[in-house]
Write a protein that binds this ligand. Structure first.
Ligand SMILES: [Zn+2]
Length: 172
């Protein structure tokens, strides 16, 4: 498992090779993404130190799309329908445990059995550059303490549909 500095160096190198112009905000966004071991939402990115108040959602979203185009990051689908992004470092597949109640996301250690399965699939199908996502869903220990039927207070704020639509329209 690579540390944040190695992950950032890799991401910057990919951008440099693609001749993407480094801007302070792009570097801040990359630094935030490379420091995070779990997928991050646009909302979380907008609240990060060094990014908050320095760029709008459209710029941040466009930047994420640029990084995605270079395969520096990839989009992760989570059940709450928000868009999440995670570093696309080769060989780094992400295994997560997700609370169905509060949405807490926990990174799980890489499992050799899953890596073996990936190699087998690649060999059998003739594919290269595989990655996979493995998500387990359950109820976290804190949420297990709620009485039945009580809505979790920690429920992550969701970007309203209209808001996301506006961001996407502006980005296009
Ligand atoms: Zn929970």
């Amino acid at each position: 498992m690579k540390d944040a500095a190695h992950r950032l160096a890799w991401a910057l190198e990919v951008c440099r090779r693609a001749q993407m112009r480094p801007t302070p905000i792009r570097e801040k966004i990359l630094a935030f993404l490379t420091a995070s071991r779990i997928p991050v939402s646009l909302e979380a990115l907008m609240q990060a130190d060094g990014i908050r108040g320095r760029c709008n959602a459209t710029t941040a979203y466009r930047t994420l799309m640029l990084f995605q185009g270079l395969e520096v990051i990839r989009q992760v689908s989570l059940p709450n329908k928000n868009s999440y992004f995670v570093l696309n470092l080769p060989g780094e597949s992400n295994h997560f445990l997700i609370c169905r109640c509060c949405g807490q996301l926990v990174e799980l250690p890489a499992a050799e059995s899953v890596a073996l399965l990936e190699r087998e699939v690649a060999a059998a199908q003739g594919y290269t550059k595989l990655h996979h996502e493995l998500q387990f869903f359950g109820i976290c220990p804190a949420c297990q303490k709620h009485p039945p039927g009580v809505v979790c207070a920690k429920l992550q704020p969701r970007m309203r549909r209209g808001q996301l639509k506006t961001v996407l329209e502006k980005a296009n």
